[in-house]
Design a protein around this ligand. Structure first.
Ligand code: FAD
Length: 379
């Protein structure tokens, strides 16, 4: 910890904040953006533990999605139709907000459709999902305002060169983005509005009295009137009662592939596996369901069972019999909970949180950030 701060550093960088946000993922930065756009004079700062955001926002797959049919059927088993509809609307509106905040060009937004694939051995499950298409089309038209969202698209099996696949359900409103470009654009927009973002600044403790909050960090103490915790999977270090469970997601990416046939975002096995094209490569992730307990961790890392399952899907189904190198592997950490909706609330006087994106933060993160910022502004 630095004990050699100057008077100037203390007054300009470490204190006098109206709002300090902990966590520079999509939610934290979107909250900062909305605060400054609404009240430009506010002094806003963001404290981030990592050299880059260290949770999910720069590690994800960049699906601009709002749910595949099998995922939604699963979600409906644990929630009411009303809550599901609210969350799907949030995903859709969150994606609209992301595009209006940063522009489609800035995030490489490409509406190349989403596809849910079913293996030939899952024929019964596939037909259960197909049977639900008209129900979900009608239900979601209420919040998305578009008809015929999902449809069977089996002719694409050959076009994509998929092996062992018997059914495909298309979502014509699903898209993909470049996650790196999105986060750079968001960071630069926020910094352009005068928000100070401090990296390698791990918040160890929150101390509040009636007039001020002190955040003890790995670099020194910061002082502010209000804070927003946008710490997603890591929140239980501060508030274990909020009941956030981490879920690690592992990913791999191939080398560029000549003549790649895959184009769009793809879901498999209740959404537990996902893949897409990016710059002539395949990005493929998932497999958390192979061992939920082992993947319920905030530690980064890859494991043999998950990586082997990803490779099997890659070389058996997606790129059958092709000799392609895997260039990179990584992991990120998501925040899950027993409810589908995110937690956006005041926890204590002057302390707010916006957490638990349930693995869909590209979709809902911009809106979650805006909503918590509004809570702070109205408090
Ligand atoms: C592999 C993978 C694939 C995904 N694919 C998709 C997808 O295709 N589409 C989609 O919609 N969603 C996807 N997600 C989910 C999405 O990325 C997340 O829901 C979203 O990024 C969450 O954003 P956040 O800002 O809430 O959290 P995070 O991005 O995790 O940000 C929280 C930040 O808080 C920081 N922090 C935590 N504790 C402290 C502390 N004490 N002091 C300082 N800083 C701290 C962390 O370092 C982190 O940077 C995926 C996630 C993963 C891991």
């Amino acid at each position: 910890m630095n004990s050699n701060f100057s008077y100037w550093e203390q007054t300009s960088f470490l204190s006098g904040y109206d709002v300090l946000i902990v966590g520079s993922g999509i939610v934290g930065l979107s909250a900062a953006l909305h605060l400054k756009q609404t009240q430009p004079k506010l002094k806003v700062g963001v404290l981030e533990a990592g050299f880059l955001p260290a949770g999910a926002s720069t590690k994800n797959a960049g699906f601009a999605c709002f749910g595949s049919i099998s995922e939604i059927i699963d979600e409906l088993e644990n929630t009411t139709e009303e809550e599901l509809l609210k969350v799907v609307e949030m995903r859709w509106k969150g994606l609209e907000k992301l595009r209006s905040n940063l522009g489609e060009h800035g995030i490489d937004f490409k509406q190349w459709n989403g596809y849910e694939i079913f293996k030939d051995r899952d024929v019964n499950f596939a037909s259960q999902c197909v049977d639900q298409i008209s129900y979900f089309n009608q239900l979601f038209a209420q919040v998305i305002g578009k008809p015929d969202i999902y449809s069977v698209s089996n002719e694409k099996i050959v076009d994509f060169g998929l092996n062992r696949i018997q059914t495909i359900i298309k979502n014509k409103y699903e898209a993909q983005i470049d996650t790196g470009k999105m986060m750079r654009a968001l960071l630069s927009k926020v910094q352009g509005l005068g928000v100070a973002v401090f990296n390698n600044c791990y918040v160890k403790k929150i101390c509040n009295n009636s007039t001020e909050i002190t955040l003890q960090t790995s670099q020194g103490d910061f002082r502010t009137k209000k804070i927003i915790l946008a710490t997603n999977a890591f929140t239980s270090a501060f508030y274990p009662d909020l009941n956030i469970l981490p879920g690690r997601g592992q990913v791999l990416i191939t080398e560029p592939i000549e003549g790649l046939k895959i184009k769009g975002t793809f879901h498999y096995d209740h959404g537990y596996y996902y893949f897409r094209n990016i710059n002539n490569r395949i990005l493929l992730g998932g497999g958390r369901n192979l061992d939920f307990k082992a993947e319920e961790t905030i530690e980064s890392g890859i494991t043999n069972p998950v990586q082997s399952a990803l490779e099997e899907l890659l070389f058996d189904v997606i790129l059958p019999k092709q000799k392609v190198k895997i260039e990179q592997r990584w992991s990120g950490v998501m925040g899950f909970g027993d409810k589908l909706s995110p937690i956006i609330k005041q926890i204590k006087p002057n302390i707010f949180c916006s957490i638990r994106c349930n693995g869909m933060g590209v979709a809902i993160g911009s809106l979650v950030g805006e909503q918590v910022a509004n809570l702070v502004l109205n408090s």
